[in-house]
Write a protein that binds this ligand. Sequence first.
Ligand code: MRU
Length: 343
Amino acid sequence: MTNHVFWKNNSLYLLDQRELPFKKTYLKCDNIKDVAYAIKSMAVRGAPLIGIVAAYGVVLGIFSILSSKDSVKDKDIENICERLSKTRPTAVNLFWALERMKNAFKKFCKHIDMPGLMLDEAISIHVEDIENNRMLSLFGAELIDDGDTILTHCNAGALAMGGYGTALGVIRAAHESGKRIKVFATETRPYLQGARLTAWELFEEGVDVEIVPDNHVGLLCYKKVINKIIVGADRIALNGDTANKIGTSMVALCAYHYKIPFFIAAPVSTFDRNIQNGASIPIEERNGKEVKYINGKPLTLKAIKARYYSFDITPEQHISNIITEKGIIEKPFKKYIKMLFTV
Ligand code: MRU
């Protein structure tokens, strides 16, 4: 897998996911404006990756301040984090990573090498994410059997994280252990994370993958073409209700109706300890123009309106298990999710 996020000579380099799989171009970020643009424009996307990129963004913000001032104040960190937090509202990993960077600043602000220690903190967030992905993937692979045909929606692969993947990490770990698996990737209109990113990642890994339009899920369940479904998450409430890419709740509803196991795979940083249920999760609404144009070509008349909610909420009743790096969460979710934060 291509190195899609790295730090070099005090700049952050990000593989521009809008161009994949045809072109591999990198955005060079030198300040928080560049980082905010990369997140907002979806050059980088996926809940954990947004958090990792924002953490590096805080470091760039610190470097920018130190190029014209002698010191960095608490207020400066507040302003940097405020700016980055405005980029995308749903993935809680963004706010989690910014909080962690604020706490690191409190700890290191008086240290002679504060900027270096802040960079180390961002690197730790990045490295820990990859380790957590690997760990949860090993747990999740136990739920996958030789011969399974699995459907996934959107992209919860290495590209959406520091590396390796959550939903795709589970598939990858099962594939690496020798299980024969077939995957259906929904194309995921309108950004096409499934067709452009998931299919590409799995194809590169040698996994048997086929793209289907989003509206095929009902038929694939009805005909028992698929026997398991696994997706990632952008924010999980304390009762297990889960925000993920728009369309996930329809997939989960089909799975529930046809009694097909539906798994969420996500690191603990995706759980929101302040939110009791899905109703309070903020849903990003993007510009309807992103629905009306494909590669700059209009799909309909200019005067026709379009609406684009980027995420939806899957009620916990429709989820079979949640796979984390601390283990597999069973029902009742409320009881076991609480334990994530106490043990
Ligand atoms: O709009 P995106 O591409 O950032 O949405 C990504 C998803 O919905 C993923 O499924 C989610 O972030 C889980 S991957 C960690």
